[in-house]
Design a protein. Sequence first.
Lengths: 122, 505
Amino acid sequence: MRLAREAAERPSGGLRAETVLTALGQAGLAVGSQIQVLAHTIGARYCVSSATASGLALAVCEFSDEAGAEHGLAYSHRVFDRLIPGRTLLRNRSTVMTLTAGEPNAALLSEARRAVSAFVAL
Amino acid sequence: MRSLHRYLTAPAMALLVFPLVTGGGSAFASSHREAPFITEMPKVDGTDFYFFRSYETGKSDMVTLIANYLPLQDPYGGPNYFTLDPEALYEIHIDNNGDGKEDLTFQFKFKTSLAGGNGVTLSIGGKTVAVPLFNVGPVSATDTSNLNVTESYTVKLVSGARRSGQSADVTNATTGATVFEKPADNIGTKSFPDYASYAAAHVFPITIPGCATPGRMFVGQRKESFAVNLGTIFDLIDAPAAVVVGGNTAEGRALAPSTIADKNITSLELELPIACIKGTSDVVAGWTTASLHQARVLNPRATFKLPALEAGAWTQVSRLGMPLVNEVVIGLPDKDRFNASEPKDDAQFADYVTNPTLPALIEVLFGAAGVTAPTKFPRTDLVAAFLTGVTGVNANGSTAEMVRLNTALPPTTKGMQSPLGAALCFVNGVLTLSNPGCDPAGFPNGRRPGDDVVDIELRVAMGYLLSATDAPSGQLGFTDAVLQDDSQFDAAFPYLLTPLPGAGT
């Protein structure tokens, strides 16, 4: 099905979701288990979703190239920002990370800052 | 890597993901055609069950129970239209002592007859020939002589176990009759120039055995009361995201039309004095079932009166309490078993509630944008919502899927009801009656026709009752974008609207 197709047609060579989540873990975030989610939702090629123990939602999406990632990031902002408050989106080459803090608090914001630092350093 | 298969077994995934991502028609329609076997028996397919403190002026000491059957009726569906099954037993159950077993059961049995025994006839070329149509002229509240087919029914109240308890007739409080007429379906405006008045003549005052105060009863066709649009929710390609997560505004909850707005339904409705149905607790629970005889032998020489011979023990084939449970909670392998089961035995289905699949599917669809399913298991919040009731509100001691109503909570009048019902009485799982929009008289404290149960259940499934830590997306405005509210219903019994006509306007 669509998830399997996206997994099979995953782009090669870019910043991979596993690499991102591993880096977040090394930055001290208690990243929970991961699930593949539909990348098509924001025009990506492959996405995974996870959450930290304190409730910071993470989505990491791989695109075909940097232009595609920029387009997907803009699309996600345009469609979902007003629907899902508390999101932070970042792009590193052809990969987009979305952080969502359901009810922002100091701990979540601290986690988000560490996640951002780890992501941009990759 | 956490695999999707941690959430979904392969068959369940095939069932659920396919309709979700392709737009699965009517699959997400409360309980319309929700299990494989019941699709073969639409006349006994229970679709929605409502149970609420009556909000008609002057009736606040009553409760109303509505059991809808026979889904997706196209109003033009003649010439036989939508009679109920004369070989079925339709039941509305009440548990008033919190053990998950029925204490009171209203049993409805129907009979379909031809006018005069053999139907209306015409003399054609010297021969007397029966006509093929449902009616042969206009029908009104005062003149039903043109009906070729009539339906009647009897109702018994069983106290105790439904198959072995003490049974007594429900009677017409005015005439003492035990047989009630069911109005014919709304064939069209030529056959029924004033269907509303015709149907209203079939609202009967009833004497309930053991109850000093009379109630009221109506059985007949109504306009479909449920509203939903599955395809728009889950069609990732064509549907704007706002359709799923844009429901934190009234406008966002009304973006799409109901796909079943052009259908009718058949309703069994009771208005009963609270004092006559409640036990020692104010919390009373209800559900509806339909049963058929265990054996059916087709008559090779079928007649109107005997198309088949049915015999044997009553066998339950449909069950409905809380909306959408068998639709989107119970897995495909167990849907038929759920329909045959009783609330007292619901422990067998507990995994579907404590470890639900629907939130995982929503995460699959919208996780790329930041939507995350709750991470806390077992989902005790869902157990409270679906199986036990909420402590201090409508819990009654049992763990069983039923519609629980705290009859001590006053009704909210039409026009003042919140479509999100009592769900908004909770903030992060804590009962907060001061929360804006809180309406304790609504779902899941009972269920009123105007309660938007799709939106409520989507939100609860995604963790509305949990903390943000356990449910990062729990406060998002999940919605099917189809409006359901009290403006779509009457302010008085039988509440559901006059059915759509098969022809004319």
